[in-house]
Design a protein around this ligand. Structure first.
Ligand SMILES: [Zn+2]
Length: 155
């Protein structure tokens, strides 16, 4: 199998919540695409319930784009401790950190209907938890986010 960058990260040495530049790819035409981890919970110590994670996905999809240009994708991690984000170009890490904090503030304050929640717009529209999503966003902000360096596994 191809090597996957995130399997080389030592998940016991990181300190959530954080953003981490996981990698930069260059397309054949020379454009770069950066991939970030947006980690909310400490790996292997806690997890976000599926409904709250689903709502975080819906809210951060919009709010991150409000605060950062050229976002390609924001998706939940299968381990349910955070999100992945792909963005065109190589935005500076402090800018990404500020954008994520702003998007989390918007999420923590979100008191309107969840965007995209209907049978037509979503693949599991009954599975949402706005209060849970707001709480996770508020908790991460209260703990304080940082830029996490990549700590490679010693194999
Ligand atoms: Zn959905």
């Amino acid at each position: 199998m191809a090597n996957v960058e995130s399997f080389d990260l030592d998940h016991t040495k990181v300190q959530a919540p954080y953003i981490r530049l996981a990698g930069v790819k260059t397309t054949p035409r020379g454009d770069s695409i950066s991939k970030y981890d947006l980690r909310l919970l400490q790996p292997n110590q806690a997890e976000i319930d599926p409904a709250a994670l689903h709502t975080l996905e819906h809210l951060l999809a919009g709010y991150l784009r409000d605060h950062l240009s050229d976002v390609v994708d924001v998706s939940p991690m299968g381990c349910r401790t955070g999100m992945y984000m792909a963005v065109i170009g190589e935005p500076d890490e402090q800018g990404v950190l500020k954008a994520f904090e702003a998007a989390l503030r918007d999420t923590a304050a979100h008191d309107r209907p969840i965007p995209g929640v209907s049978e037509l717009e979503c693949g599991n529209y009954r599975n949402h938890d706005l209060q849970g999503a707001r709480q996770h966003a508020a908790d991460a902000l209260a703990q304080g986010l940082k830029v996490q360096e990549t700590i490679l596994l010693q194999r």
